[in-house]
Design a binder for this molecule. Structure first.
Ligand SMILES: [Zn+2]
Length: 113
C-alpha cells in the first residue's frame, strides 16, 4: 500500500474509515485510536470514492479552511516522501518546482529567480 492513511481533517493518521447509515444516507468518519481512546473526524456524507479521492489528495473539496488544506498537503507530502517510487518522485518534484515558482511569482513579485 505504501502511503499510510492520513486524515484529511486533522492531518494525523487514522486507523480505519467508519460508515454510519442514517436512513438512506451514509456518513464517513476517520477513526483515530490512541491507546484505549478513540476519536472520530467527520469526513462527509458522500461516497467512499470521494473519501479515497480525498485521501489521495486528488480532491480537497469539503475542507473547512485554506489553512487546513495547506496543513493537509504538507503532511501528505511528508508521508509520500518516505514511500515514493523513483519515477513518481521525479514527476512529483517537477510538479512541485513548477508550483513553487508559480506561488512565488504570485506573492513575491520582487523576488526574481
Ligand atoms: Zn482526524
Amino acid at each position: 500500500m505504501g502511503m499510510r492513511d492520513i486524515c484529511p481533517r486533522c492531518g494525523k493518521t487514522y486507523n480505519w474509515i467508519e460508515t454510519r447509515h442514517v436512513g438512506n444516507r451514509t456518513y464517513y468518519y476517520a477513526v483515530h485510536v490512541e491507546g484505549k481512546r478513540r476519536s472520530l473526524c467527520y469526513l462527509g456524507p458522500e461516497s467512499y470514492e470521494y473519501v479515497s479521492m480525498m485521501h489521495e489528495g486528488l480532491s480537497l473539496r469539503g475542507m473547512i479552511s485554506d489553512k487546513r488544506e495547506v496543513e493537509y498537503i504538507i503532511s501528505l507530502l511528508s508521508e509520500i516522501k518516505r514511500n515514493i517510487r523513483e519515477d513518481e518522485a521525479i514527476k512529483l518534484a517537477d510538479f512541485l518546482e513548477k508550483t513553487a515558482k508559480e506561488l512565488r511569482s504570485m506573492y513575491k513579485k520582487d523576488n526574481t529567480q
